[in-house]
Ligand binder design. Structure first.
Ligand SMILES: [Zn+2]
Ligand SMILES: [Zn+2]
Length: 183
């Protein structure tokens, strides 16, 4: 596990050292901040090896690196984006392996897949209830926090339908694209 690039950051005040993955340091409109706060990210990374063992998956550098990347970004990357980022840390990894790991993570509920109009899978490690804003110009996906996640779905009970999960996507244009398209 020592290979995975964690930065040790000393928090001002209490002197607690935080280990934060070094992969996504520069939030921007195209690389949004994760909705999870750094403490949640750290807790989830620490929990990850246990989750793997519970799911019967071996704890490997590849799995740790991919999970660490996804849990610390808010940008909902495609498999190719995961691959090009992870390759800088683990040069021998293949795109096929990245696909396989992402698939396994979804099967075990470690990630959710966000399906947009493009049919290109985008992956999200934030499992707390939220909706998505998808920019039809640049493909940026932003999280929207939701309170009381299932409002409006009580009708499903009347149909005898039990909802297991849901996907809500708001389509439109992000602030950056609106800015550049302005005359
Ligand atoms: Zn955009
Ligand atoms: Zn999301």
């Amino acid at each position: 596990m020592a290979n995975f690039p964690f930065a040790e950051i000393r928090t001002p005040g209490n002197g607690v050292r935080r280990k934060v993955p070094q992969l996504f340091h520069t939030p921007s409109i195209r690389n949004p901040e994760p909705m999870l706060n750094p403490a949640d990210v750290e807790a989830r990374i620490e929990r990850f090896p246990h989750q793997c063992r519970d799911a019967g998956l071996k704890v490997t550098h590849q799995r740790i690196a991919i999970y660490g990347m996804l849990v610390s970004t808010g940008r909902h990357p495609t498999p190719e984006e995961v691959y090009s980022e992870i390759r800088t840390q683990l040069p021998s990894i293949s795109l096929a392996t990245v696909y396989k790991v992402l698939d396994q993570f979804c099967q075990h509920g470690f990630l959710r897949k966000v399906l947009t109009e493009t049919q290109v899978a985008r992956y999200d490690a934030n499992l707390s209830p939220h909706h998505h804003l998808v920019c039809s110009a640049c493909g940026t996906i932003l999280d929207v926090k939701t309170e009381g996640a299932m409002e409006g779905l009580s009708v499903s009970a009347e149909n005898g339908f039990r909802v297991s999960h849901y996907d809500v996507i708001f389509h439109g244009q992000c602030a950056a694209c609106l800015e550049t398209s302005r005359p």
